[in-house]
Design a protein around this ligand. Structure first.
Ligand code: SF4
Ligand code: SF4
Length: 508
């Protein structure tokens, strides 16, 4: 699939052109826009001018332009054309990158986060839990704990890689993260692993620690967590009513117990609470983005993370109840009465500003993530299709059963390797083959997708194990033109945010 330019109009009637190959926007004069449109019909601007004998050109809805202006913009058009602005981008060629075993090994040697599933046990039984009625698979939780020997063995294996010449992450911190079930139900292992990690000799890096917890055991464990400067993410969906799905086995609400623990932490360690504690809420039909924001702002002066319910892997028997419980994030923001308060506190977490910021990152053509990119030519750099991270480039997740996954949000059937107390089994060639096989399955979409530059799709959040997986994010020319128009219109209406994004957003 070849693509050269995408033309679009914003709500203020400005016309833009985006060059797919050069990756630059151009605010276009109506005559230039007219010439770009002729080009799309296969008409060359220079030939067209030779046959243009009138003294002026009338463009419907845009005005009348003198011959002099027309000649000027034909020259401009030709200059752009000579400099590659209208060159075709071969989307298929662009997205035909492939993963190699060596690339995966290199990512692992630079892995910046290791997440341990400390236990399958949980002292809550939240209604929407990924291991409960709404989802297929993963329902068999045996209350198993991760063993120290397995986690230590993996850390030793990674330690050798972190200390090897493959590590290019000098001085960066490596995050060890504790996850569950409820990780504090396996508190002795948290302590042992922290102690063990602190005794490891790393040549290039240092560890820091984080934990996602439901907060029920916080008061008991907080001295240790504070002493080791854990970053804490507490799962809570808002006030008592909003938190209605987070219940004890048997259905008794957990809110008051969690709140008592959180308050105890805040009272005993106020500075720590301010710096290192955050909240994570799940959005559903008992709360809303605005309600969640208001509760955490007023109660703790915090801006929580807000996640939608996972829509992949729903058990057909629970469809109806699931969709009754589910709430869409964008729709909830659109209903917010206190939108300006949301804008003030969580600008880049809101759908419109977040996509405008993404557009600046993906389409400006001026973002260089590596120094080498500054000297790279404009020739096609093949990229891996989809937005799936390279395995282990962000993190590695170890389950209680020793399965090694690229992250905690990937279903366990996609395990990439295995660890126990004696060995770590990671076959990088096989992992590369697996990923390349997934890319091949979705290639028929990616090869013709105009959105490939701003793709957000993780392959593991598609039904990639099906014979013919579908990507619903795929865009044709027209859809992509509307997509860019929406985001550019937003920036035109909110120019102050353009500068705010440049100053505050980490685009890399
Ligand atoms: S969800 Fe996908 S892209 Fe995101 S970290 Fe996990 S594997 Fe990587
Ligand atoms: S949106 Fe879907 S089809 Fe388009 S590039 Fe991403 S994964 Fe491929």
């Amino acid at each position: 699939m070849m693509a050269n330019t995408v033309l679009f109009n914003t709500t203020t009637a400005n016309t833009y052109c985006h060059s797919c190959k050069i990756n630059r926007f151009l605010l276009t004069h109506p005559v230039l826009d007219y010439l770009f449109k002729l080009e799309k019909q296969g008409i060359d601007a220079a030939n067209w001018l030779q046959n243009f004998n009138a003294e002026s050109l009338e463009i419907e809805g845009r005005g009348v332009f003198s011959r002099k202006e027309v000649e000027y913009y034909v020259k401009k058009y030709l200059l752009l054309s000579e400099n590659g602005y209208l060159d075709n981008l071969d989307i298929k060629e662009k997205t035909s990158g492939r993963l190699s075993a060596q690339a995966i090994l290199s990512q692992l040697a630079n892995a910046m986060q290791v997440i341990f599933e400390m236990t399958e046990s949980c002292n809550l039984q939240c209604e929407y839990c990924g291991y409960r009625k709404f989802y297929t698979g993963n329902k068999l939780r045996n209350k198993k704990n991760l063993s120290f020997a397995t986690a230590k063995n993996l850390l030793d294996y990674l330690g050798r890689l972190w200390n090897s010449n493959l590590n290019r992450s000098h001085n960066r911190q490596i995050n060890l993260s504790f996850y569950g079930g409820e990780p504090l139900l396996n508190f002795p292992l948290v302590k042992s692993l922290v102690e063990y990690a602190n005794g490891m000799k790393l040549r290039h890096n240092r560890f820091n620690f984080s934990m996602t917890t439901n907060g029920l055991l916080l008061e008991k464990c907080m001295d240790f967590l504070v002493k080791h400067d854990f970053s804490l993410l507490i799962s809570l969906d808002g006030d008592e009513a909003q938190n209605g799905y987070r219940v004890f086995p048997g259905g008794k609400p957990a809110f008051q117990v969690i709140l008592k623990n959180v308050r105890a932490l805040k009272e005993k360690y106020p500075a720590y609470f301010e710096k290192s504690v955050n909240f994570n809420a799940v959005l559903h039909n008992k709360n809303s983005v605005a309600g969640i924001h208001r509760y955490f702002k007023e109660s703790f002066n915090k801006v929580p993370g807000i996640l939608e319910l996972n829509t992949v892997g729903i058990d057909p028997a629970a469809y109806e109840e699931f969709w009754k419980t589910y709430k869409n994030y964008s729709e909830s923001v659109a209903e917010a009465e206190n939108y300006s308060a949301l804008e003030k506190d969580m600008l880049t977490m809101l759908p419109e500003p977040a996509s405008a910021a993404d557009m600046i990152r993906d389409y400006s053509g001026y973002l260089y993530s590596k120094y080498n990119d500054l000297i790279a030519s404009n020739e096609i750099i093949q990229s891996i299709p989809t937005a799936t991270c390279l395995p282990f480039s962000r993190k590695l997740f170890l389950t209680v059963n020793g399965k090694i996954l690229p992250c905690e949000r990937v279903r366990h059937q996609f395990a990439l390797g295995f660890a126990d107390e004696n060995m770590v089994e990671l076959d990088f060639g096989q992992i590369a083959e697996k990923y390349n096989g997934y890319y091949d399955k979705i290639a028929k979409f990616c090869n013709s997708c105009f959105r490939s530059k701003s793709c957000k799709q993780c392959i593991f959040h598609l039904e990639i194990d099906a014979d013919n997986p579908v990507c619903y994010g795929w865009m044709n020319y027209q859809q992509h033109s509307e997509f860019l128009a929406g985001r550019m219109s937003y920036l035109e209406k909110n120019p102050r945010f353009y500068y705010k994004f440049l100053e505050e957003v980490n685009f890399i």
